[in-house]
Design a protein around this ligand. Structure first.
Ligand code: FES
Ligand SMILES: [Fe+2]
Length: 361
């Protein structure tokens, strides 16, 4: 007789579990951690995604990202010494290599800790001026494919990474980026968002990796659409048309990613990009640095003040209308992904132990 199919018991995953998972970020994705320039000679401690991490760069430039936890007695490896291809814990000198293997226990050579792969190590990539890691759950330790959008890696685009850390949950920024109408009001004084209609109707168009939330009543005038993308990493893409006075190139694009630091603290990556090549690229870079960058920081400051001013429980008392359909759909998307991940772990008996979660700040 065939053995019965496993019974899916979604009840094993509570709303609270889903909320906890979302507060530290979905698993089985690539996430941006910090700008490349953060990782120089010294080991760098970082809290991200419910994890206590140490980042270090080898002499050849390679970056390693590991749990900031010595397998001997738990000292932060980030306090230790960087020995080129390994870290040495400051407490008793245990040396850990780039793959998490204990290479040496100087105080007790030959002890059983030597040779053990004892430190969690994360697949890591560096591009577009930032460090990314893959964080998988216990069922998905191998990294999923992530082909970054051309705006982040293609020579056809010039990009500037704008990085911020704000006192707000990371999902508030995702909401903000999926809300084109805030451009019309919050940023109405801005140099490039003062035009167009102040009223709009929206529609949703599915794509292979997410959906586009777009005005059906106005296009290529202002911040008229946002695209939610989930293809190995989650990000939002949007475009803001530029007047001729803004120099050569296509419209001004933004790719944004947000990463949790703690329940009320988050890291945000905005890659401001423009399709431009050749001499026009140099002209654009010059124009951007000298005339536009300060204005963009000013616009971003409007966002910061607004989102940091939102009450933590604002989401419990919202009166949403049809302009919020995009962000509602992303919230639902993320909740469903969290539910799927946690249900699979629960069915495998891994619900409570799949991740050591360190919630800070
Ligand atoms: S705690 Fe790291 S060597 Fe002892
Ligand atoms: Fe904004």
């Amino acid at each position: 007789m065939n053995s019965p199919l496993p019974i899916r018991n979604a009840a094993q995953v509570s709303d609270e579990d889903i909320e906890t998972q979302l507060s530290i970020g979905l698993r089985n994705r690539w996430h941006a951690l910090c700008p490349s320039g953060f990782v120089a000679d010294k080991p760098l401690p970082l809290y991200r995604l419910g994890l206590k991490l140490v980042l270090w760069r080898e002499p050849d430039g390679r970056v390693n990202v590991q749990e900031d936890y010595c397998p001997h007695r738990g000292a932060p490896l980030s306090l230790g010494k960087h020995l080129g291809d390994r870290l040495a814990c400051i407490y008793h000198g245990v040396q850990v290599g780039r793959d998490g293997t204990v290479i040496s226990v100087p105080g007790s050579p030959g002890c059983k800790l030597e040779g053990q792969k004892a430190v969690r190590t994360f697949p890591c990539r560096e591009f577009a001026g930032a460090i990314f890691i893959y964080v998988g759950d216990a069922l998905h330790p191998e990294p999923v494919a992530f082909n970054p959008p051309p705006q982040l890696v293609s020579d056809e685009y010039e990009r500037f990474l704008c990085y911020t850390e704000w006192h707000t949950p990371y999902r508030v920024l995702v909401d903000n980026n999926m809300d084109p109408m805030h451009g019309t009001f919050l940023h109405k004084q801005s140099h490039s968002m003062a035009v167009g209609d102040t009223q709009a109707k929206f529609s949703i168009r599915n794509t292979d990796i997410g959906f586009v939330f777009e005005k059906s009543t106005q296009r290529d005038v202002n911040f008229d659409w946002s695209e939610w993308c989930d293809s190995g990493a989650m990000y939002v893409r949007l475009d803001i048309p530029y007047p001729k006075s803004a120099g050569p190139g296509g419209s001004f694009g933004i790719i944004s990613m947000s990463t949790p630091i703690g329940p009320r603290m988050s890291a945000h990556f905005f890659w401001r990009n423009r399709k431009v090549t050749g001499w026009q690229r140099d002209a654009w870079k010059f124009l951007y640095r000298t005339r536009l960058e300060a204005r963009h920081w000013h616009v971003l400051e409007q966002d910061r003040v607004l989102v940091e001013g939102l009450e933590m429980d604002a989401g419990d008392h919202e009166a949403l209308y049809d302009h919020d359909t995009g962000l509602v759909r992303v919230r639902r998307w993320m909740r469903e992904e969290a539910r799927k991940q946690l249900t699979a772990l629960a069915e495998a008996g891994l619900q409570k132990s799949f991740e050591k979660q360190i919630l800070t700040k």
